[in-house]
Design a protein around this ligand. Structure first.
Ligand code: SF4
Length: 513
């Protein structure tokens, strides 16, 4: 990868090295099927800072696996949409429902991440409350350890939580508060698990480090400490494949955060196969089930961006193998169930047949439910700008609706993420890394997708440009996972794309002004 992290000195101009500009839709043109493939490969995508040019590329041909420059500090002057390391840790741990999540720092760090994921709970609601030590100038000068200790004791007395996660923020790293020793001391007194998370925001430009630090906190302080012989997260009344004498097949669903109830669409399918879900890490979870996660036979990893590390570490430490799965889209959900069945087949030969039957029944139901939407959506063009593995895992989901992804990208992609993206996308697809809102707006105006799929930060920009928008991030309210989720997905995409409201919006986008 070419290093493009050189400093912006103020004299750098907005450059376009265009020789043959990417085929651009005129505002009067309605995208037809012929327009789905961008055939002309450009030297430049849009005008941007010179050091940002390499962060955007177009897949040239089938063998082209060279993605954009990535995993670099954001370019000064270009702004960024990225979150910080602390935010990365918070999103992984926050869905643990019966824990307190205490942010040690000034109030802003806690408020900007409060309820950051739309993770739903079937029981405890403690995780929804926001807690902060609210450090003030005096604490910065004299240290915040006593305030932290007192806060932990007070919170434990009021809420009697199953654990308290204590997150370190930038200023705490700078003043050098010793989180670990405060946590140890408070744990001795409270007998509650006090878990330090060394997630100072400045530790990396990539919040992926925060995901890893959150996993480390679970590995060091939680997983392996439980003493339950039987799986805690017993299913929804489904029978295990095991006889009464056996433990039966068990697995952990890792990297599934139950956004909008996604876990509740995945778990029943696994249980129908006769497998007990030992724990979900971390959607709709409680501390005790994660403490017993080391007892499972298998880890299946849904969000590979945040949780591959945890699965690898558990394999090393506890010998639990892992499978990468994807429960977004009909085909990928089916493939995931079959790969789980294949894993257990030697021990439980009937499991493959059970899985196949489930898949056959569900696919039949979904195809009939989505056919109406597919008719209206076929031929539409999509821009995807999301976090994690959704940048590539959504591509086949859109293909199932007859739609074409013309652009995809992510804020914090690593080389392996872009490698996977380049393998998955078809020729002519635009791939962007760490695009700021100005660049995104230019890309949307220029390439004119029929839909943008992204998160809350891009929502209003899309609306202002008059482009239909679908939230596929933390704030969405419909479950999109598994077979049933795909029906919701098709419905929501159709509702956005086919709404008559877009005829009344942005004249700029329509080329009227
Ligand atoms: S941890 Fe640092 S970068 Fe993150 S929100 Fe707090 S001050 Fe900002």
């Amino acid at each position: 990868m070419k290093n493009s992290s050189k400093k912006f000195n103020g004299s750098e101009s907005l450059k376009s090295t265009a020789k043959e500009p990417l085929k651009e839709l005129k505002s009067s043109e309605s995208p037809q099927n012929d327009d789905l493939i961008i055939t002309e490969v450009p030297d430049s995508i849009i005008k941007t800072l010179e050091s940002r040019i390499d962060h955007m590329c177009v897949k040239k041909d089938e063998g082209d696996e060279r993605g954009p420059s990535c995993n670099m500090a954001s370019v000064p002057g270009a702004v960024t949409q990225r979150s910080c390391v602390y935010g990365g840790a918070r999103v992984v741990l926050m869905p643990i429902t019966d824990a307190i999540h205490l942010v040690h720092g000034p109030i802003g760090c806690a408020s900007c991440t409060w309820d950051i994921r739309g993770s739903r709970s079937s029981g405890e609601e403690l995780y929804k409350k926001g807690f902060s030590t609210n450090l003030q100038e005096k604490d910065i000068v004299f240290g915040g350890e006593k305030k932290l200790f007192d806060t932990i004791i007070e919170l434990n007395g009021i809420y009697n939580p199953a654990a308290i996660f204590v997150y370190s923020t930038c200023v705490v790293g700078l003043i050098g508060d010793d989180l670990k020793s405060v946590a140890r001391e408070a744990e001795e007194i409270t007998k509650c698990r006090i878990i330090p998370v060394q997630s100072e925001g400045f530790r990396s430009f990539n919040k992926s480090l925060g995901h890893q630090l959150a996993c480390d906190a679970m590995l060091d302080h939680l997983i392996g400490t439980g003493e339950l012989e039987k799986p805690e997260k017993l299913g929804l009344g489904q029978k295990s494949l095991a006889s009464t004498q056996e433990k039966g097949p068990t697995l952990n669903i890792v990297g599934e955060f139950n956004v909008a109830g996604d876990l509740w669409a995945i778990q029943p399918l696994i249980e129908k196969m006769g497998i007990t879900v030992q724990s979900a890490i971390t959607g709709d979870s409680c501390v005790e089930e994660i403490a017993n996660a080391h007892r499972a036979d298998l880890n299946i990893v849904q969000c590979q961006k945040s949780s591959n590390y945890l699965a690898r570490q558990m394999e090393e430490k506890y010998g639990i193998p892992h499978l990468k799965v994807n429960f977004f889209g009909i085909e990928d959900t089916g493939k995931s169930l079959l790969s789980i069945a294949d894993f257990f087949q030697d021990q439980y030969p009937e499991i493959r047949e059970i899985a196949e039957k489930i898949i056959e029944t569900e696919i039949k139901k979904v195809r009939s439910e989505i056919s109406h939407y597919k008719t209206r959506l076929t031929g539409k063009r999509v821009a995807v700008y999301v976090g994690g593995n959704k940048a590539w895992s959504l591509i086949s989901a859109f293909e199932e609706l007859g739609m074409k992804v013309i652009m995809t990208g992510t804020q914090n992609g690593l080389p392996e993420d872009y490698h996977r993206i380049m393998e998955t996308v078809s020729e002519g697809t635009l791939v962007v890394d760490d695009a700021n809102s100005m660049e995104l707006a230019k890309l949307l105006k220029k390439y004119h997708p029929d839909l943008i799929v992204s998160g809350a930060k891009e929502k209003y920009m899309a609306h202002k440009l008059g482009i239909p928008f679908c939230d596929f991030n933390h704030d969405r309210i419909s479950s999109f996972a598994s077979f049933n989720g795909f029906i919701n997905f098709a419905k929501e995409v159709d509702r956005a794309v086919s709404s008559p409201v877009w005829k009344l919006t942005s004249k700029y986008y329509q080329g009227i002004v």
